[in-house]
Structures are given as C-alpha cells and as structure tokens.
Design a protein around this ligand. Structure first.
Ligand SMILES: [Zn+2]
Length: 286
C-alpha cells in the first residue's frame, strides 16, 4: 500500500470562527444556494474539513457520529452521501435535516460518516450542474476493473455520448471520486447510503436485499450503471449500497416524509446490519 490516504477521521478539530474558516465560507455558499438550508443551520451542524478537495479546491466537508463506547457497541458503520450530482438540491438539503436529527438523537447505535455534498463545484456554481467542474459525472467515474470496456463503452454506445453522463477519461480521474474511494477504504463502511433525485424510488446494489420501502419510496431496481457508486461499491466491493431517489430535485419532501424515510432507513439498518465483532475504524495500521 502507498501512503496513508487523506481521509476523514473522528477526531474533529475545533473550528475557530474566523472569516478565513473554510467551513464558514462554504456554509455561506450553501445557504445562499439552497432554499431549505440556512447558513446558520449549516454552521450548527459543525461540519469538519477533510483532506478532500474539489477541482476548484473547495473542501469536501463531513461529520462523524462516532461510537459511544460507554453506552453500546455500534451495529456497524454507515457512510451517508448527498450531492454527488450538483443539480440535485434536495439530496443535499435532506442530509442536513437528517444530521440535525442525529445531532439530537445519536445514540451510538451506528457509527456514521456523513458527507452532505460530495460535488461542491457542481452545486455551488452559478448554474448548478450534475457534473463536477470538469464536466465529469462523478457517479460514472468509479474504478470498475473493466472500466474501459464497460463504462466508457456504455457511455459511447448506449448513451450516445450524453454529456451529462460523461464518465471521464479514466477511472478516478476526478478528485472528488478519488477522495471518496479513499474514504471508503479507510472507513470500511458496512453500508453506503447515497441520496439522489428525482426518480422517486429506492435502488439497491450489493449482497442480500435492499429495503422494501423508505417512507413513500419503494424499492425498484433500476439496473446498475457501469462506473456508478452502486456498481463499484455494491457489485464489485460487495458493500450494500442503498440509493435513495427523492421525487424532486428542487422541492423537498414534507417534514413528515423526511422523518419517515429516516425512520424506515434506521429500522432497515437495525434489522440488517450487525457486524460482529465491531472494530473501530482508524485502529488499522495506517
Ligand atoms: Zn443523481
């Protein structure tokens, strides 16, 4: 193995409230962009800067909800990701709402790493776009073993070079997808939950079965796209990947539905994710 990857850790350094604080400036931009997330709400989540950077150098922010050893051992590790696609606003906003819930109720049942916005350049530009700043669809840029023959070929021959689905010139050509793969390797999630819009369904890739329904969203396997996160993590790495497709990119679900999806997700995780013995990530020799 090469150098230790730049990863998220659970030791969250205290952030100082200065104008130069990258979390403050990014929260300002998020609050300006998203109708459902105020600057103050973003700041209240106390997100932490990772080593991950977008093409334009914007930090990828995250928050850990670590184990609470005095209370219980977690059932497992969950990686929750919003905003892989920069024009799916609701996929970012809803993750902020769920972090607020966890801030109040985190019990240590799961060890969470939460990345509300993997593609900050795509969201935070004037005209938000699905792709990152290099016009790559990050959700087609993951390193399948047969990337050249499957992902690139699929883009050319099946999508007819749809620019919104451009997988990049090579796997992990983009810093955002590259960082996420390093984070997956370091955190070793037992399940990955990725939020998108607007197809109004639950999709699932990986061993065993996905959740039948989350809130009013029902499981509907839409097939795995070469180079997607579900394809890479779910099929190739055998990590369960739950993909939540919200009904609208620009309209949030109701408050009842936001908590309904969350409650069903936590129940499904509780019924399906039991990792024994639990091993705290980060005590690996790296
Ligand atoms: Zn999407």
């Amino acid at each position: 193995m090469a150098q230790s990857p730049p990863v998220a850790t659970d030791e969250s350094p205290a952030t100082t409230a200065s104008d130069n604080d990258p979390v403050i400036s990014e929260c300002q931009r998020i609050g300006d962009k998203l109708g459902s997330v105020e600057i103050e709400e973003c700041l209240d989540r106390k997100l932490v800067v990772t080593d991950g950077r977008s093409v334009l150098g914007t930090p990828i922010l995250y928050k850990a909800y670590p184990p609470i050893p005095d209370q219980r051992l977690p059932l497992g590790r969950v990686l929750l990701i919003g905003g892989i696609h920069g024009d799916e606003y609701s996929s970012v906003s809803i993750v902020f709402k769920w972090m607020r819930t966890l801030d109040q109720h985190h019990s240590g049942m799961f060890h969470w790493h939460i990345i509300p916005l993997l593609n900050p350049d795509g969201l935070l530009r004037q005209n938000s776009q699905r792709m990152n700043e290099n016009n790559v669809d990050l959700n087609r840029n993951f390193p399948m073993r047969d990337w050249e023959s499957s992902t690139r070929d699929y883009w050319i021959n099946t999508t007819y070079r749809d620019p919104r689905l451009f997988p990049g010139l090579s796997p992990l050509s983009e810093p955002e997808s590259n960082w996420l793969v390093q984070e997956i390797d370091a955190f070793q999630p037992d399940v990955i939950v990725s939020v998108h819009a607007p197809h109004a369904l639950v999709d699932y890739d990986g061993p065993k079965n996905g959740p039948h329904k989350l809130g009013k969203l029902y499981l509907q396997l839409i097939g795995t796209y070469p180079g997607s996160l579900g394809n890479y993590a779910g099929v190739q790495k055998k990590i369960p990947v739950v993909t939540i497709e919200l009904p609208y990119a620009g309209i949030m679900p109701t408050a009842g539905e936001i908590s309904g999806i969350w409650a069903d997700l936590v129940k499904w995780l509780t019924d399906n994710i039991h990792v024994k013995p639990y091993k705290v990530a980060g005590d690996l020799s790296n």
